[in-house]
Design a protein around this ligand. Structure first.
Ligand SMILES: Nc1ncnc2c1ncn2[C@@H]1O[C@H](COP(=O)(O)OP(=O)(O)O)[C@@H](O)[C@H]1O
Ligand SMILES: Cc1cn([C@H]2C[C@H](O)[C@@H](COP(=O)(O)O)O2)c(=O)[nH]c1=O
Ligand SMILES: [Zn+2]
Length: 190
């Protein structure tokens, strides 16, 4: 039987990593075999764990790219029930082929990532993986400006750069609703 692909997306602080940690706990309690991966670029809270904004964490393997991830997967293939991947938006879009190989080998895959950059543009890798997913869970956060539970965008508080990739936390980004994003950036004004 093939595996299932679940993708958890949303802005920063929307509980994506917390949800991934809950799923990892379910697999741990069920004595299942799994691997947890994170991109090497993400050293925000820890190099060896995935860590939520509340400080909850789980050990993870840092990989530079999808090739390294697949090499590690192949070593354990046959004994695995699931693969968990945090911060999927930091990977190149070719990770989709690796994910397909994993799910068609019978292993469930859970990916977490930002669907949109602070420039309000889709992250290509996340968008493509959402396109082939069995299940997409879209989370929202509390808007850091108006306090409504309808934040779907991440807003960059510091100067914008050309790149949409820039590791950081509350010192750089907040979660905002569309109304507040439009007011803050001047974008999408009618
Ligand atoms: N604006 C916010 N809305 C919701 N949760 C927030 C907000 N700011 C901080 N948090 C905290 O962040 C936690 C979620 O963290 P985490 O799971 O790491 O989110 P994500 O992976 O989506 O960035 C929440 O449980 C809450 O304690
Ligand atoms: C909005 C936005 C964020 N990032 C970075 C910032 C963080 O290191 C991660 C997201 O972390 P979280 O687990 O969702 O809180 O991504 C980025 O590189 N580009 C962006 O546009
Ligand atoms: Zn708002």
């Amino acid at each position: 039987m093939t595996g299932k692909l679940t993708v958890i997306v949303g802005p920063m602080y929307s509980g994506k990593t917390s949800e991934l940690l809950s799923l990892i706990e379910i697999y741990t309690l069920g004595k299942k075999n799994y691997l947890v991966f994170k991109p090497a670029i993400d050293v925000r809270y820890s190099e060896e764990h995935i860590v939520s904004h509340t400080g909850l964490k789980a050990p993870a393997i840092r990989v530079s790219d999808s090739i390294e991830l697949f090499e590690i997967f192949k070593e354990k293939q046959g004994s695995l029930d699931a693969v968990f991947i945090d911060e999927i938006h930091f990977f190149e879009a070719d990770i989709i082929q690796v994910i397909e190989k994993i799910i068609y080998s019978g292993v469930n895959v859970f990916c977490v990532g930002l669907d949109m950059s602070y420039k309000h543009r889709p992250f290509i890798t996340t968008a493509q993986i959402m396109g082939i997913a069995d299940e997409v869970i879209k989370k929202k956060a509390v808007c850091h400006i108006c306090g409504e539970y309808k934040a779907v965008v991440s807003y960059r508080k510091v100067e914008e750069t050309d790149s949409e990739i820039d590791v950081g936390g509350m010192e750089k980004y907040i979660a905002v609703c569309r109304d507040c994003y439009s007011k803050l950036t001047g974008k999408f004004k009618q």
